[in-house]
Design a protein around this ligand. Structure first.
Ligand code: ADP
Ligand code: ASP
Ligand code: MG
Length: 418
């Protein structure tokens, strides 16, 4: 059994969905789990629906219309026959979503978020599965929420591996093609939908591979594979042919967004190879993440994270920045779900670069100011460079306002003000 994952970019339009059939036909795989994300940027569009719903804003219907129109435009191109059953299936899902919006009184943002954004994947898999059938690629649509069981930490749910493994083995037929949703799960108690964190579909693919002892995972991307830098920000990039799990975990953890960081450890545990390949050129080799060689070709890798916050703390009472002070800082960071990207401390100051993913910065600052003198800089960029040579760092920082630099054996991190 192999696992394929198609992300939002690969199915952003009707042409993309058609290309999924081309990839499946070209690779000729018969026993597959196909994990699929929401189409294009539909998760972002559904986030707007969440915000408008919770704010009881008049814009709710416009945001809903955006979601509906996007999917119906794709449907019209894929299924010219308006009587096709797919139209009923998709409108049924949209009706369920509208039903939730009308009936839900919950103010729990994270809970409401998961109940709404999950329709992106429910709709996309319904469309892709039906289109594959239409193209004579026999497949079974699987509701992943019956398989991936999680806790109720909405928006970042933790997988219960034991139950999940049992369910997956039970529900996935060992032969043939199964089409299922990335990113989603369901909590134990009431079966409410949960999500595994933004961009979590890669992780879903890894969960299936781990539980089924899969032969390999392939994630199909709009790039030739893992490159030594994000081509959106760097003009000259190089394809990495082979990377070790360890190196890939480091790259993903520091923010190389081509692979979700949670994806790699389950695969490493069972030594299941991960291929990152181009959905435009499915015959090309792409990148293989696996056992053995650290990095081939051996080259420096650049990772960039925009919109970070650099916070510097010093004590109000001349005390040093020691364990007791720092302990509080970490407790609050955890409480406000701020991910720490870099830390530097001296006797009297403590600096950290954090990702304000859940928009909690203001609340955190209020807390910090009770105890510390606080300085902060929003909108800074964090560069992480692995295996660099000094001339590259020099070139990168030339004419830039460097706020902080940290260097270890394989990694240089630099924070610059844009
Ligand atoms: P998906 O469609 O699966 O969601 P993503 O858009 O999340 O795909 O990931 C693909 C994108 O990741 C590429 O278009 C590229 O801009 C970005 N990216 C960031 N870092 C890298 C890297 N090191 N190598 C290749 N792509 C990268
Ligand atoms: N659709 C989800 C997101 O955009 C999950 C994924 O694409 O991996 O975050
Ligand atoms: Mg993605």
């Amino acid at each position: 059994m192999k696992i394929f994952k198609f992300g939002g970019a690969s199915i952003k339009d009707a042409q993309g969905v058609k290309n999924v059939t081309t990839v499946l036909k070209k690779t000729g795989e018969k026993d597959l789990v196909v994990v699929i994300s929401a189409m294009g940027k539909m998760t972002n569009a559904l986030e707007e629906v969440v915000t408008a719903h919770l704010a009881k804003s008049d814009t709710l219907k416009d945001h809903l219309l955006t979601v509906e129109t996007y999917h119906y435009d794709i449907l019209k191109e894929l299924f010219p026959n308006k009587e096709h059953a797919i139209y009923k299936a998709v409108s049924g899902l949209l009706d369920q979503l509208k039903g939730f919006l009308t009936s839900s009184k919950s103010k729990n943002h994270a809970f409401v978020y998961d109940q709404i954004v999950s329709y992106g994947e429910l709709i996309s898999t319904t469309i892709v599965s039906t289109y594959l059938s239409e193209e004579n690629i026999k497949n079974t649509w699987l509701d992943v929420r019956g398989c991936i069981k999680t806790d109720d930490n909405y928006r970042d749910a933790k997988v219960d591996w034991e139950v999940t493994q049992k369910r997956i083995i039970d529900k996935v037929h060992p032969t043939g093609i199964t089409v299922t949703q990335g990113f989603l799960g369901a909590e134990h108690e009431n079966n409410f939908t949960t999500t595994l964190g933004r961009e979590g579909s890669d992780y879903t693919a890894a969960i299936f591979a781990y539980c089924l002892n899969g032969e390999s995972v392939t994630i199909w991307k709009d790039v030739p594979g893992v490159l030594n830098a994000d081509p959106r920000y760097f003009s000259k990039t190089q394809l990495l042919n082979k990377i070790s799990y360890r190196e890939a975990i480091e790259l993903a953890f520091y923010g190389a967004s081509v692979i979700h960081p949670k994806t790699l450890q389950p695969l490493q545990r069972k030594e299941i190879p991960l291929y990152v390949k181009s959905f435009y050129n499915p015959e090309d080799e792409g990148t293989c993440v696996g056992k053995g060689v650290t990095l081939d070709p051996k080259t420096s890798c650049f990772i960039l994270k925009k919109n970070q916050v650099l916070i510097s703390l010093s004590s109000l009472d001349f005390s040093f920045m020691m364990e007791d002070n720092i302990g509080d800082v970490f407790k609050w960071l955890h409480e406000y779900k701020m991910k720490v990207e870099l830390i530097q401390n001296s006797a009297i100051s403590f600096s950290m670069c954090v990702d304000n993913k859940y928009d909690k910065l203001d609340e955190l600052l209020v807390k910090l100011r009770e105890k510390f003198k606080v300085k902060w800089n929003e909108g800074v960029t964090l560069y992480t460079i692995r295996h660099s040579v000094p001339s590259e760092i020099k070139a990168l920082t030339r004419d830039r306002n460097v706020l902080l630099k940290q260097e270890s054996r394989d990694t240089v991190q630099i924070i610059v003000k844009n």
